[in-house]
Design a protein around this ligand. Structure first.
Ligand SMILES: *Cc1c(COP(=O)(O)O)cnc(C)c1O
Length: 356
Protein backbone atom coordinates (compact mmCIF):
# COMPACT_ATOMS: atom_id res chain seq x y z
CA UNK A 1 0.00 0.00 0.00
CA UNK A 2 1.39 3.36 -0.98
CA UNK A 3 0.86 6.52 1.06
CA UNK A 4 -1.50 9.27 -0.09
CA UNK A 5 1.55 11.50 -0.55
CA UNK A 6 3.24 9.00 -2.90
CA UNK A 7 0.00 8.35 -4.76
CA UNK A 8 -0.50 12.05 -5.37
CA UNK A 9 3.10 12.42 -6.57
CA UNK A 10 2.69 9.44 -8.90
CA UNK A 11 -0.22 11.11 -10.68
CA UNK A 12 2.02 14.13 -11.41
CA UNK A 13 4.94 12.18 -12.92
CA UNK A 14 5.58 13.55 -16.42
CA UNK A 15 6.70 10.27 -17.99
CA UNK A 16 6.87 6.59 -17.16
CA UNK A 17 8.61 4.42 -16.23
CA UNK A 18 10.15 6.38 -13.38
CA UNK A 19 11.64 5.90 -9.97
CA UNK A 20 10.12 7.90 -7.14
CA UNK A 21 11.89 8.27 -3.80
CA UNK A 22 10.04 9.47 -0.72
CA UNK A 23 12.79 11.34 1.15
CA UNK A 24 10.69 12.46 4.16
CA UNK A 25 9.67 8.85 4.84
CA UNK A 26 13.33 7.77 4.61
CA UNK A 27 14.26 10.54 7.05
CA UNK A 28 11.58 9.45 9.50
CA UNK A 29 12.48 5.77 9.22
CA UNK A 30 16.23 6.20 9.72
CA UNK A 31 15.62 8.60 12.62
CA UNK A 32 13.52 5.94 14.35
CA UNK A 33 16.17 3.26 13.73
CA UNK A 34 18.79 5.61 15.16
CA UNK A 35 16.69 6.19 18.28
CA UNK A 36 16.13 2.47 18.79
CA UNK A 37 19.85 1.68 18.62
CA UNK A 38 20.96 3.71 21.61
CA UNK A 39 24.74 3.62 21.99
CA UNK A 40 25.38 1.24 19.08
CA UNK A 41 26.85 2.95 16.02
CA UNK A 42 24.94 2.91 12.75
CA UNK A 43 26.67 2.83 9.38
CA UNK A 44 24.81 2.54 6.08
CA UNK A 45 25.98 -0.10 3.58
CA UNK A 46 26.20 2.01 0.43
CA UNK A 47 25.94 -0.94 -1.94
CA UNK A 48 22.21 -1.23 -1.15
CA UNK A 49 21.61 2.10 -2.94
CA UNK A 50 24.26 4.76 -3.54
CA UNK A 51 21.84 7.44 -4.80
CA UNK A 52 23.25 10.79 -3.63
CA UNK A 53 19.85 12.19 -2.59
CA UNK A 54 19.27 9.21 -0.32
CA UNK A 55 22.79 9.42 1.07
CA UNK A 56 22.21 13.08 1.99
CA UNK A 57 19.19 12.11 4.08
CA UNK A 58 21.06 9.19 5.63
CA UNK A 59 24.09 11.35 6.43
CA UNK A 60 21.94 13.32 8.88
CA UNK A 61 21.44 10.23 11.04
CA UNK A 62 24.21 7.67 10.55
CA UNK A 63 27.64 7.61 12.17
CA UNK A 64 29.34 6.63 8.92
CA UNK A 65 29.13 4.75 5.63
CA UNK A 66 30.30 1.26 4.77
CA UNK A 67 31.83 1.18 1.29
CA UNK A 68 32.97 -1.89 -0.59
CA UNK A 69 34.96 -0.54 -3.52
CA UNK A 70 37.16 2.33 -4.60
CA UNK A 71 34.19 3.60 -6.60
CA UNK A 72 31.88 3.75 -3.59
CA UNK A 73 34.70 5.28 -1.55
CA UNK A 74 35.20 8.10 -4.09
CA UNK A 75 31.44 8.67 -4.31
CA UNK A 76 30.91 8.92 -0.54
CA UNK A 77 34.05 10.87 0.38
CA UNK A 78 33.30 13.28 -2.49
CA UNK A 79 29.81 13.92 -1.12
CA UNK A 80 30.68 13.95 2.59
CA UNK A 81 34.31 14.87 3.23
CA UNK A 82 35.18 14.00 6.81
CA UNK A 83 32.37 11.49 7.34
CA UNK A 84 33.78 8.20 8.69
CA UNK A 85 33.95 5.36 6.18
CA UNK A 86 34.51 1.68 6.79
CA UNK A 87 36.10 0.02 3.79
CA UNK A 88 35.16 -3.60 3.20
CA UNK A 89 34.78 -6.06 0.37
CA UNK A 90 36.61 -9.14 -0.84
CA UNK A 91 39.54 -8.81 -3.24
CA UNK A 92 40.69 -5.28 -2.44
CA UNK A 93 43.33 -3.96 -4.80
CA UNK A 94 46.53 -2.31 -3.54
CA UNK A 95 45.06 1.05 -4.58
CA UNK A 96 41.96 0.33 -2.45
CA UNK A 97 44.14 -0.74 0.48
CA UNK A 98 45.72 2.74 0.37
CA UNK A 99 42.42 4.64 0.60
CA UNK A 100 41.78 6.72 3.73
CA UNK A 101 39.32 5.13 6.14
CA UNK A 102 38.04 5.13 9.68
CA UNK A 103 38.13 1.33 9.69
CA UNK A 104 39.21 -1.23 7.13
CA UNK A 105 37.67 -4.70 7.17
CA UNK A 106 40.41 -7.16 6.30
CA UNK A 107 39.23 -10.32 4.57
CA UNK A 108 42.27 -12.63 4.62
CA UNK A 109 45.81 -13.03 6.01
CA UNK A 110 47.25 -12.26 2.56
CA UNK A 111 45.21 -9.08 2.35
CA UNK A 112 46.58 -8.06 5.76
CA UNK A 113 50.15 -8.69 4.53
CA UNK A 114 49.50 -6.52 1.46
CA UNK A 115 48.06 -3.81 3.71
CA UNK A 116 51.22 -3.94 5.87
CA UNK A 117 53.38 -3.78 2.74
CA UNK A 118 51.83 -0.44 1.76
CA UNK A 119 53.55 1.08 4.81
CA UNK A 120 50.47 3.10 5.70
CA UNK A 121 48.73 3.44 9.05
CA UNK A 122 45.45 1.56 9.31
CA UNK A 123 42.75 0.66 11.83
CA UNK A 124 41.63 -2.87 11.14
CA UNK A 125 38.65 -5.00 11.93
CA UNK A 126 39.22 -8.63 10.98
CA UNK A 127 36.27 -10.05 9.13
CA UNK A 128 35.31 -13.32 10.73
CA UNK A 129 33.19 -15.85 8.85
CA UNK A 130 31.86 -17.56 11.94
CA UNK A 131 30.86 -21.17 12.11
CA UNK A 132 27.38 -20.44 13.39
CA UNK A 133 24.12 -21.94 12.20
CA UNK A 134 21.92 -19.36 10.48
CA UNK A 135 18.51 -20.85 9.94
CA UNK A 136 15.92 -18.96 7.93
CA UNK A 137 18.37 -16.57 6.29
CA UNK A 138 17.60 -15.33 2.78
CA UNK A 139 21.28 -15.39 1.86
CA UNK A 140 24.06 -16.66 4.09
CA UNK A 141 27.45 -15.06 3.62
CA UNK A 142 29.50 -18.21 3.89
CA UNK A 143 31.86 -19.08 1.07
CA UNK A 144 34.65 -16.64 0.27
CA UNK A 145 33.75 -13.86 2.71
CA UNK A 146 36.00 -13.18 5.66
CA UNK A 147 38.09 -15.73 7.52
CA UNK A 148 37.67 -18.78 9.66
CA UNK A 149 39.06 -18.80 13.21
CA UNK A 150 42.40 -20.26 12.07
CA UNK A 151 43.00 -17.46 9.58
CA UNK A 152 42.08 -14.87 12.22
CA UNK A 153 44.68 -16.48 14.52
CA UNK A 154 47.22 -16.25 11.68
CA UNK A 155 46.57 -12.49 11.46
CA UNK A 156 46.93 -11.66 15.15
CA UNK A 157 50.75 -11.65 15.40
CA UNK A 158 51.09 -9.46 12.30
CA UNK A 159 49.72 -6.29 13.91
CA UNK A 160 51.98 -3.54 15.15
CA UNK A 161 52.25 0.20 15.72
CA UNK A 162 51.09 1.37 12.33
CA UNK A 163 48.53 -1.26 11.47
CA UNK A 164 46.36 -1.64 14.55
CA UNK A 165 43.84 -4.36 15.37
CA UNK A 166 40.66 -2.63 16.57
CA UNK A 167 38.33 -5.58 16.65
CA UNK A 168 36.11 -7.89 14.70
CA UNK A 169 33.77 -7.46 11.76
CA UNK A 170 31.17 -9.90 10.58
CA UNK A 171 28.23 -9.87 8.22
CA UNK A 172 26.40 -13.04 8.98
CA UNK A 173 23.50 -13.36 6.63
CA UNK A 174 20.71 -11.51 4.91
CA UNK A 175 17.11 -11.59 6.00
CA UNK A 176 17.38 -12.29 9.72
CA UNK A 177 14.98 -11.07 12.37
CA UNK A 178 16.08 -9.30 15.55
CA UNK A 179 16.02 -12.41 17.72
CA UNK A 180 18.16 -14.44 15.28
CA UNK A 181 20.65 -11.61 14.90
CA UNK A 182 20.93 -11.17 18.65
CA UNK A 183 21.55 -14.89 19.17
CA UNK A 184 24.36 -14.76 16.65
CA UNK A 185 25.73 -11.55 18.15
CA UNK A 186 25.71 -13.15 21.59
CA UNK A 187 27.80 -16.07 20.35
CA UNK A 188 30.29 -13.72 18.69
CA UNK A 189 30.62 -11.38 21.64
CA UNK A 190 31.85 -14.18 23.86
CA UNK A 191 35.22 -13.40 22.26
CA UNK A 192 37.47 -10.78 23.85
CA UNK A 193 37.09 -7.94 21.38
CA UNK A 194 36.58 -4.29 22.36
CA UNK A 195 35.00 -3.32 19.09
CA UNK A 196 32.68 -5.40 16.96
CA UNK A 197 30.87 -4.58 13.75
CA UNK A 198 27.93 -6.94 13.48
CA UNK A 199 27.17 -6.22 9.82
CA UNK A 200 23.79 -5.79 8.17
CA UNK A 201 21.24 -8.26 6.87
CA UNK A 202 18.19 -7.14 8.86
CA UNK A 203 15.10 -8.84 7.42
CA UNK A 204 12.62 -7.17 5.14
CA UNK A 205 9.56 -9.02 3.84
CA UNK A 206 8.55 -8.50 0.23
CA UNK A 207 5.58 -10.82 0.81
CA UNK A 208 4.38 -8.78 3.80
CA UNK A 209 5.64 -5.21 3.32
CA UNK A 210 4.09 -4.10 6.60
CA UNK A 211 6.08 -6.60 8.62
CA UNK A 212 9.12 -4.66 9.76
CA UNK A 213 12.36 -5.56 11.47
CA UNK A 214 12.05 -5.05 15.23
CA UNK A 215 14.65 -2.32 15.72
CA UNK A 216 13.54 -1.66 19.30
CA UNK A 217 14.14 -5.27 20.35
CA UNK A 218 17.44 -5.33 18.48
CA UNK A 219 18.62 -2.07 20.04
CA UNK A 220 17.64 -3.25 23.53
CA UNK A 221 19.42 -6.56 22.96
CA UNK A 222 22.58 -4.85 21.73
CA UNK A 223 22.61 -2.56 24.77
CA UNK A 224 22.55 -5.64 26.96
CA UNK A 225 25.23 -7.49 24.98
CA UNK A 226 27.47 -4.46 24.49
CA UNK A 227 28.51 -3.85 28.11
CA UNK A 228 31.34 -1.42 27.49
CA UNK A 229 32.15 -2.72 24.04
CA UNK A 230 31.91 -0.53 21.00
CA UNK A 231 29.24 -2.07 18.78
CA UNK A 232 28.45 -1.05 15.24
CA UNK A 233 26.00 -2.30 12.62
CA UNK A 234 25.88 -1.60 8.88
CA UNK A 235 22.46 -2.33 7.40
CA UNK A 236 21.62 -1.51 3.80
CA UNK A 237 18.35 -2.98 2.59
CA UNK A 238 16.32 -2.48 5.78
CA UNK A 239 17.12 1.26 5.76
CA UNK A 240 16.36 2.26 2.17
CA UNK A 241 14.13 -0.42 0.65
CA UNK A 242 10.84 1.17 1.72
CA UNK A 243 11.48 4.68 0.42
CA UNK A 244 11.59 3.88 -3.30
CA UNK A 245 9.10 2.77 -5.90
CA UNK A 246 9.28 2.02 -9.60
CA UNK A 247 6.27 3.44 -11.40
CA UNK A 248 5.18 2.22 -14.79
CA UNK A 249 2.18 1.75 -17.05
CA UNK A 250 0.38 -1.22 -18.56
CA UNK A 251 0.88 -1.32 -22.36
CA UNK A 252 -0.82 -4.60 -23.14
CA UNK A 253 -2.94 -7.28 -21.56
CA UNK A 254 -3.46 -10.72 -23.03
CA UNK A 255 -4.14 -14.36 -22.42
CA UNK A 256 -1.76 -16.99 -23.72
CA UNK A 257 -3.11 -20.55 -23.39
CA UNK A 258 -5.33 -19.40 -20.58
CA UNK A 259 -2.68 -17.51 -18.63
CA UNK A 260 -3.36 -13.78 -18.23
CA UNK A 261 -0.49 -11.34 -18.60
CA UNK A 262 -0.10 -7.62 -18.05
CA UNK A 263 2.84 -6.14 -19.92
CA UNK A 264 4.26 -2.94 -18.48
CA UNK A 265 6.66 -0.34 -19.84
CA UNK A 266 10.25 -1.00 -18.76
CA UNK A 267 11.10 -4.22 -17.04
CA UNK A 268 13.46 -6.01 -14.72
CA UNK A 269 16.44 -4.29 -16.42
CA UNK A 270 15.24 -1.31 -14.32
CA UNK A 271 14.16 -3.30 -11.27
CA UNK A 272 16.03 -6.54 -11.13
CA UNK A 273 15.09 -7.41 -7.55
CA UNK A 274 12.17 -9.80 -8.30
CA UNK A 275 14.21 -11.59 -10.97
CA UNK A 276 17.25 -12.10 -8.72
CA UNK A 277 15.30 -13.00 -5.60
CA UNK A 278 12.58 -14.94 -7.39
CA UNK A 279 9.82 -13.19 -5.47
CA UNK A 280 6.69 -11.25 -6.41
CA UNK A 281 7.44 -7.54 -6.18
CA UNK A 282 4.65 -5.92 -4.14
CA UNK A 283 2.66 -3.36 -6.13
CA UNK A 284 -0.36 -1.10 -6.17
CA UNK A 285 -2.45 -0.50 -9.29
CA UNK A 286 -3.89 2.96 -9.90
CA UNK A 287 -6.85 2.70 -12.29
CA UNK A 288 -5.75 5.31 -14.82
CA UNK A 289 -6.42 3.08 -17.82
CA UNK A 290 -9.37 2.99 -20.15
CA UNK A 291 -8.14 0.27 -22.47
CA UNK A 292 -9.03 -3.42 -22.58
CA UNK A 293 -8.58 -5.32 -19.35
CA UNK A 294 -8.30 -8.67 -17.66
CA UNK A 295 -9.82 -9.14 -14.28
CA UNK A 296 -10.49 -11.14 -11.15
CA UNK A 297 -8.07 -13.82 -12.17
CA UNK A 298 -4.41 -14.67 -11.61
CA UNK A 299 -2.35 -12.21 -13.67
CA UNK A 300 1.38 -12.34 -14.29
CA UNK A 301 3.11 -8.95 -14.59
CA UNK A 302 5.98 -8.81 -17.05
CA UNK A 303 8.14 -6.13 -18.68
CA UNK A 304 9.25 -5.39 -22.23
CA UNK A 305 12.32 -7.61 -22.30
CA UNK A 306 12.39 -10.52 -24.74
CA UNK A 307 13.12 -13.09 -22.07
CA UNK A 308 10.82 -15.26 -19.94
CA UNK A 309 12.80 -14.09 -16.88
CA UNK A 310 11.40 -10.57 -17.14
CA UNK A 311 8.74 -11.16 -14.49
CA UNK A 312 7.75 -8.76 -11.71
CA UNK A 313 5.02 -10.87 -10.10
CA UNK A 314 3.29 -14.15 -10.89
CA UNK A 315 -0.38 -15.07 -10.75
CA UNK A 316 -1.61 -12.21 -8.63
CA UNK A 317 -5.40 -12.16 -8.49
CA UNK A 318 -6.41 -8.64 -9.47
CA UNK A 319 -7.92 -6.57 -12.26
CA UNK A 320 -5.92 -4.48 -14.67
CA UNK A 321 -6.49 -2.45 -17.84
CA UNK A 322 -4.23 -1.08 -20.52
CA UNK A 323 -3.21 2.39 -19.35
CA UNK A 324 -3.31 1.59 -15.64
CA UNK A 325 -0.43 2.82 -13.52
CA UNK A 326 1.49 0.15 -11.64
CA UNK A 327 3.53 1.24 -8.63
CA UNK A 328 6.08 -1.41 -7.66
CA UNK A 329 6.94 -0.85 -4.03
CA UNK A 330 10.00 -1.68 -1.94
CA UNK A 331 12.27 -0.57 -4.76
CA UNK A 332 14.61 1.62 -2.71
CA UNK A 333 17.39 -0.95 -2.25
CA UNK A 334 19.11 -3.45 -4.56
CA UNK A 335 16.82 -2.24 -7.34
CA UNK A 336 18.03 0.20 -10.03
CA UNK A 337 21.69 -0.07 -9.00
CA UNK A 338 21.85 -3.85 -9.44
CA UNK A 339 19.95 -3.89 -12.75
CA UNK A 340 21.24 -4.56 -16.27
CA UNK A 341 20.14 -1.21 -17.71
CA UNK A 342 21.39 -1.54 -21.26
CA UNK A 343 19.81 -4.84 -22.15
CA UNK A 344 17.50 -4.19 -25.16
CA UNK A 345 18.17 -0.43 -25.22
CA UNK A 346 14.78 0.72 -23.97
CA UNK A 347 14.68 4.27 -22.56
CA UNK A 348 15.94 4.64 -19.01
CA UNK A 349 13.56 5.71 -16.22
CA UNK A 350 13.59 9.24 -14.83
CA UNK A 351 14.30 9.76 -11.11
CA UNK A 352 12.06 11.89 -8.92
CA UNK A 353 12.36 12.84 -5.27
CA UNK A 354 9.58 13.75 -2.91
CA UNK A 355 10.99 16.35 -0.55
CA UNK A 356 8.08 17.27 1.70
C1 LIG B 1 25.76 -6.33 1.75
C2 LIG B 1 26.45 -6.06 3.01
C3 LIG B 1 25.82 -5.30 4.01
C4 LIG B 1 24.39 -4.84 3.91
O1 LIG B 1 23.53 -5.92 3.90
P1 LIG B 1 21.92 -5.68 3.90
O2 LIG B 1 21.35 -7.04 3.74
O3 LIG B 1 21.63 -4.78 2.77
O4 LIG B 1 21.59 -5.06 5.23
C5 LIG B 1 26.55 -5.02 5.15
N1 LIG B 1 27.82 -5.44 5.29
C6 LIG B 1 28.46 -6.18 4.35
C7 LIG B 1 29.85 -6.60 4.57
C8 LIG B 1 27.79 -6.51 3.19
O5 LIG B 1 28.41 -7.25 2.27
Amino acid sequence: MISARVQEAVTRLPALPAYLYDLPSLDEHVASVRRALGAAELYYAVKANPDAELLRVLAGHVDGFEVSSGGEHAHVTGLFPGMPVALGGPGKTDAELRLPHHRIHVESPNELRRLLATGREADVLLRLNPDLPVEGAALTMSGPFGMDEEAVAECLPLFGERVRLRGLHTHLASGLDAEQLLRLAGALLEGAYDEVNLGGGMAVSYAEPRRRFDWKAYGAGLAELGRGRRLRIEPGRALTVYCGCYVTRVVDVKRVRGQAYAIVLGGTHHLRTPATKGHDQPFTILPTGEGPGVGDEPITFVGQLCTPKDVFARNIVTTVRVGDTVVFEMAGAYAWNISHHDFLMHPKPAFHYLRS
